[in-house]
Write a protein that binds this ligand. Structure first.
Ligand SMILES: [Zn+2]
Length: 139
């Protein structure tokens, strides 16, 4: 349990998160987190402020908006509006500023056509091979 928390903390440390963010994420106090960092110097190599700032500046951009839709706050999202969140992976949801797509949904799913296509990935290798195998069998 503790080992898993420490390895999660080390991963966040390498990704450039601040000590306070890491402590909050794994449920440690800030002083306990600082002790953990000092005791596990091999897992938490020293970082400069420039390194941390460079990582923070490289955070992922906000997801793209559907054409003609600028996004709406949660309170204006209707039952037939696209529920795709328009904030970045690194941002936290904020009830006053965070927006949802709100474009008309494509079908039974929660997203509009634009975001439904973005939400579906290419699939795993075995999933892609299964599709090819089924096509060969059908031919
Ligand atoms: Zn959408």
């Amino acid at each position: 349990m503790i080992d898993r928390k420490i390895s999660q903390a080390a991963r966040m440390w390498r990704d450039g998160h601040r000590t306070e963010e890491i402590a909050h994420a794994i449920g440690f106090s800030i002083s306990a987190m600082r002790s953990c960092i000092a005791l596990n110097a091999d897992l938490f190599p020293r970082r400069s402020i420039k390194q941390i700032e460079a990582k923070a500046a490289a955070k992922s951009p906000s997801p793209p908006k559907a054409p003609l839709y600028d996004g709406i706050p949660y309170g204006r999202l209707t039952a037939c509006g696209c529920q795709f969140p328009l904030w970045g992976d690194d941002e936290r949801y904020n009830v006053e500023t965070s927006l949802w797509c709100g474009a008309p949904r494509a079908s039974d799913g929660p997203y509009c056509g634009f975001h439904a296509n973005r939400a579906v990935g290419p699939g795993t290798r075995s999933e892609r091979e299964a599709t090819r195998t089924l096509r060969k069998m059908a031919a």
